[in-house]
Design a protein around this ligand. Sequence first.
Ligand code: PLP
Length: 369
Amino acid sequence: MIPLIDLAAQYHSIKDEIDRAVLKVLESTQYTLGEEVAAFESEFAAYCGARYAIGVNSGTSAVHLALLAAGVGPGTEVITVSMTFVATVAAVLYTGATPVLVDVDPRTGAMDPALVERAITPRTRAILPVHLHGQTAEMDALRAIARVYDLVLIEDAAQAQGAEYHGTRAGSLGDMACFSFYPSKNLGACGEAGAVVTDDATFAAKIRMLRDWGQEGRYNHVLPGYNYRMEGIQGAVLRVKLRQLEAWNEARRRHAAHYDSRLAAAGIRVPEVDPGLRHVYYVYAVRLDDRDGVRERLLRAGIATGVHYPVPVHRQPAYAKLVRVVGDLTETDNFAAQTLSLPLYPELSDEQRDRVCDALLKTCASQPA
Ligand SMILES: *Cc1c(COP(=O)(O)O)cnc(C)c1O
């Protein structure tokens, strides 16, 4: 069986370093925040080309706190997308604001900037694009709109550690950027973790307080806050893994390039990458009309696949009534119906990758997709 991702292979490739880093934290007893988290914050900020990174306990918390720092709350609106993991939209709801969902670019699955202006109202406070699958959204156009309407531009960069937009890294493309270090992400903790990255000292200071009960100095609570602190062990693990991230992203890109050339030659729709963008392939998704049939046949051939995401947020029972949809989200629905995520992770062997191609091409040839 070829898995969609293989966290055991990643752990075993750096086991000694990870084990040592974890044991060091156990001895230090800095179990929450502490030196390892602080060191990771400065290293990750530098990696993103930004001034500040604030470590938190999940990507969801990162989005929640970035929105709060932007002044998002009850009576305000945030423009975002439905083609995302539910956390993006849920974090908007945590603040009491209304998520306003626009359709995506059919090529990339990221927010279509041409649809944003008509979604703006006097209550709009922020724009929250998602760098879907590891490719940055169309940030120049979104930044221009944010400037004109005085909105805060927040990247949901949970899937895009190391992605680049015309030479600038995700994390430096908006006013704030939110990262998840969920274990499956390109940079993943051994547990839950996330971070907000920003160049803005005021946002950074506010988020630093909010993640730790709104304290300014011990027991001086100046903001109603949260217990969203990053654990010391996760900071230590992430420091070790950050040193591998570029090599891992390059391995992902190398596999993706092979998938691209073999699959596109056979007429399969491969991910579209805009010129000047560095896709880091958190997900490698092809587009197929008979997606579910192909998925079933690949499974029988011993190949696991995924779908990111089969049901867009505006069609989820928990969220359908809580969001405002602008337009008809046709491209979002197409994306949900057609995308199939193939096995892609740095430790995937060339032989495994070629087996995935063989099986997919055979499947599509036998029953045209
Ligand atoms: C993973 C993810 C999140 C949530 O991150 P967690 O660390 O799981 O809370 C948010 N947005 C997107 C786009 C994600 O992929």
